[in-house]
Design a protein around this ligand. Structure first.
Ligand code: NAD
Length: 352
């Protein structure tokens, strides 16, 4: 018998193709009529489709979302929001745009409807990481969790194969760490294994045919499941390490997750044999860490921190930071252990 605690989070999910057409009724369902539409310049076309779907519900727009949710950008958006007497937030974009929406919801308690265009999974979590004076601080609260998510696979078709791979592995990392989390439970386990298996099957299909709608659907479905894992149970060494590397060395989010995941898994493997066996089974490989590494390599993804621009001189500092505060992880996190992990990840050696 297994003893566990499970807390579900209230979030309404609409999933499919062409679901952008449901946005208007989703906003009205929340009893709202004055939308602030959030986006970023690279997603101007996607934002135009959302604007068209919302019609006269759009009261104002802000297209300045950037990575890591700097508070100065949130304050600019807040001014637009107040000027237009907005009563609902609609965001179209990846984790960065969702982050801006969450930062605004935290300050105003306005409801959020998110249309995600990557596989980061932030849209189903109550977590927000904000950057103030160059420091990223993470907090969690019910006010941050978006009310409604409209997943429309059509909006992911423009995500290039390389970014789909790194974003897909970002999602896989949530699922992997959920399986050996101290809070692991049977519900999250099933979601995590389903997510890993969908991602492992979809990525090679997408590389062969970037327009494959079935592969896109599997990846977006997996992003939802993996994001739900991230929202429900605590993450371990991999997420702490990526947070440190991203925050201290300004490394790109999804790419850093992609490089670090096989090494964090190899570090934890001796202390989490059952989770690794189940992950390998979901991947369809004999071994979990090298299976993830080989999947990334076979699709031409990033495999070394050196390749992401991480200076070798920063490895010792990163290891110290990652081991400075204790947190639940299957294997004890020591500065020496993390230094060895980072040395392998920096060079891109295949984990064994
Ligand atoms: P992102 O939102 O910054 O997007 C990356 C790039 O891809 C951007 O240039 C964007 O314009 C472009 N892009 C997005 N969707 C596209 C599409 N469909 N077609 C073409 N281009 C597209 O990156 P991300 O990886 O989605 O999110 C990263 C951010 O989200 C980080 O700040 C991270 O900390 C945060 N995050 C938070 C949580 C959470 O639960 N709080 C979870 C995951 C990520």
């Amino acid at each position: 018998m297994r003893t566990f605690v499970y807390t579900s989070r209230p979030s309404r999910v609409v999933f499919g193709s062409g679901t952008v057409g449901r946005l208007r009724e989703e906003v009205e369902r929340l009893g709202r009529s004055r939308v602030l539409l959030l986006s970023s310049p690279p997603l101007a076309e996607a934002s135009a489709r959302v604007r068209e779907a919302l019609g006269d519900l759009v009261a104002a727009e802000f297209d300045g979302a950037v990575m890591h949710t700097p508070v100065e950008v949130t304050e600019q958006a807040l001014a637009v929001l107040r000027e237009a007497s907005v009563d609902c937030l609609v965001a179209v974009g990846g984790g960065s745009t969702t982050g801006l929406s969450k930062a605004l919801a935290l300050r105003t308690d306005l409801p959020q409807v998110i249309l995600p265009t990557t596989y980061a999974g932030s849209e189903v979590t109550p977590v927000l990481g904000e950057t103030r004076d160059g420091r990223k601080v993470t907090q969690s609260s019910d006010a941050i969790l978006p009310e409604t998510v409209v997943y429309d696979i059509d909006f992911t078709s423009t995500l290039p194969v390389g970014m789909s791979l790194t974003s897909g592995v970002n999602a896989m990392a949530h699922a992997v760490e959920a399986l050996y989390s101290a809070d692991a439970n049977p519900v999250t386990d099933q979601q995590a294994l389903d997510a890993i298996s969908r991602i492992a099957r979809a990525l090679p299909r997408l590389a062969a045919d970037p327009g494959d709608p079935g592969a896109r659907a599997d990846l977006l479905h997996a992003a939802w499941l993996a994001g739900t894992c991230l929202a429900t149970v605590g993450m371990g060494l991999h997420h702490k390490l990526c947070h440190t590397l991203g925050g201290t060395f300004d490394l790109p989010h999804a790419e850093t997750h992609t490089v670090v995941l096989p090494y964090a898994m190899a570090y934890n493997a001796p202390a989490a044999p059952d989770a690794m066996r189940r992950i390998a089974e979901a991947l369809g490989t004999a071994d979990a860490p090298s299976g993830v590494h080989d999947l990334i390599t076979s699709l031409g993804g990033p495999t070394s921190l050196r390749g992401l621009g991480m200076p070798e001189s920063g490895l010792a500092r990163a290891a110290e930071l990652a081991a400075a505060t204790p947190y639940p992880n299957p294997r004890e996190v020591t500065a020496e252990g993390v230094a060895a992990l980072l040395s392998d990840a920096w060079a891109g050696r295949r984990p064994i």
